[in-house]
Write a protein that binds this ligand. Structure first.
Ligand SMILES: Cc1ncc(COP(=O)(O)O)c(C=O)c1O
Length: 472
């Protein structure tokens, strides 16, 4: 590695700037943390001192030539990308820019059906014609994970004019699949593979983790640095390594989808997170992985769940035993002051950090108390989601342009069968749409949405209690 990954050019510049006690006659209005309501002073003061703007020497995210350029180049070097871009709008903004940069209105894009909503929003903004490839039900983890290679091949053969393929790797729970072979297959058609690797920024660190998308030859990869690396929320990276991607288009769309006043604390935290990742030694990693194993051993003592095998050793998925809603288990953990990452109707995800966990005893006691309480929990109906995607390759009933010309109405759920959804139905987390805007609503959809609602799953869809928004 030619550069010193200990360097944090952007963070160090901000620190030096702050130490020079600058006088602010510029925005932001908190004036280097001096104007803050008293109740927030203690918590915010030091952070707001770093909350600067494009002053001399502090560079400009949208036209980088100084410390931000250096920080991005260090990132590209660490991840072995041709170019890396700092994102201050999360992987969401990277997914939007990545899609917009390869597809124009009317272009076909092959897309994994169980993608994050930002992928669908990107397709809609681009005016793309998505071809969805349904994921397979993965018996080993009791979830839909990724599409099979055969389905991707069929979509490629049926849609030879597609401009690219958008895949998600790994899923929220750290499950992976044969991305390498899939990338090789897609490259035979000479189109780019865009990978939403929001949950896999740490994969490049060590062989104990699954292989990283960039190492397998993906053309563009988006990673949330705030999810598995220690960056601030909304900090993410977009990496590219391909002549199939246009860097000028990516830069143009990043300017459109990101703020013209990017947050310096978020950018500085990306600089620090990159340096942190670069300096994790194999001894550090062994300690972290041992700690995750110890957490897993404690959680194995839970009476009403079992641990689902996973590919990412830092993701621990609990499968609730039949009839026990995972949300109920999540609530009991929360009563213990322990907050899992997410609960679906039947699974609970706990995410171990990139440092040893230091409250094993507390976790052990909490599991003991949760076991005692769970014995009194009434059983719930089981949501049968094993048969969601009957068709492997689908397209929308209406294109985005037509949909956006039409008025929508709200109809009671039970009356929505066979209507076309005017708004996606998204259980959150994980934010993967269950019904897509433009898809036909089936009886199966309605029954499952009702069960989600009965079980208190948060659903993103305007006034879902009133009904579902459909095109008339
Ligand atoms: C697979 C996937 N992609 C993208 C995102 C969006 O990431 P961000 O929160 O960094 O915008 C998420 C968020 O959970 C996600 O799960």
């Amino acid at each position: 590695m030619s550069r010193n990954q200990k360097n944090t050019p952007l963070y160090t510049m901000l620190e030096n700037f702050t130490a020079s006690r600058p006088v602010s006659f510029h925005v932001p209005g908190h004036k280097n943390g001096n104007i803050i309501p008293s109740q927030g002073k203690e918590a915010f003061k030091s952070l707001l001192q770093l909350d600067l703007t494009e002053l001399s020497g502090l560079d400009d995210l949208h036209a980088p030539h100084g410390v931000i350029k250096d920080a991005q180049e260090l990132t590209a070097e660490l991840f072995e990308a041709d170019a890396s871009y700092f994102l201050i709008g999360g992987s969401t903004s990277g997914n939007l820019a990545m899609i917009l940069s390869v597809c124009s209105p009317g272009d076909e894009m092959i897309v994994q059906r169980n993608s994050h909503k930002s992928i669908f929003n990107g397709l809609e903004l681009a005016g793309a014609k998505p071809v969805f490839v349904a994921p397979e039900f993965d018996e080993a983890v009791h979830r839909y994970t990724a599409p099979g290679k055969d389905s991707i091949k069929r979509a490629l053969d049926r849609h030879p004019r597609a401009k690219g393929v958008v895949l998600t790797y790994p899923d929220y729970f750290g499950r992976t699949y044969g991305l390498n072979e899939m990338i090789q297959l897609i490259h035979e058609y000479n189109i780019p593979v865009l990978v939403d690797e929001a949950h896999g920024i740490h994969f490049f660190l060590d062989d104990s983790f699954p292989e990283a998308a960039l190492a397998m030859g993906a053309d563009a990869v988006v990673q949330s640095a705030h999810k598995m690396a220690p960056a601030m929320t909304m900090g993410a990276f977009l990496h590219t390594q391909s002549e199939r991607m246009s860097s000028s288009r990516i830069a143009r769309y990043l300017q459109m989808v990101q703020s013209s006043s990017p947050s310096y604390p978020i950018m500085a935290s990306l600089d620090l997170a990159r340096s942190f990742l670069a300096h994790l030694t194999s001894t550090d990693l062994r300690r972290i992985l041992n700690s995750a194993e110890e957490v897993r051993d404690i959680l194995k003592k839970g009476d009403l769940w079992h641990i689902v095998p996973g590919d990412d050793p830092l993701k621990i998925t609990l499968q609730a035993k039949l009839g026990v809603p995972a949300e109920t288990i999540a609530g009991l953990f929360e009563q213990e002051g322990i907050y899992p990452e997410l609960a679906t109707h039947n699974q609970l995800l706990l995410v171990h950090g990139l440092a040893p966990f230091n409250q094993m005893k507390r976790l052990e006691k909490a599991v003991g108390r949760i076991n005692a309480q769970l014995k009194n929990i009434p059983n719930h109906d089981i949501i049968d989601t094993n048969n969601l995607f009957k068709e492997r390759i689908t397209e929308l009933e209406l294109d985005y342009f037509t949909m956006n010309q039409r008025n929508s109405i709200q109809v009671p759920l039970r009356k929505a069968e066979n209507c076309i959804a005017a708004e996606a139905v998204i259980p959150y987390p994980p934010g993967i749409p269950f019904v897509l805007k433009g898809e036909q609503i089936t009886r199966n959809h309605i029954e499952i949405i009702e069960q989600f609602m009965q079980q208190g799953v948060t659903i993103q869809h305007r006034d879902i209690e009133e009904g579902i928004s459909v095109f008339c």
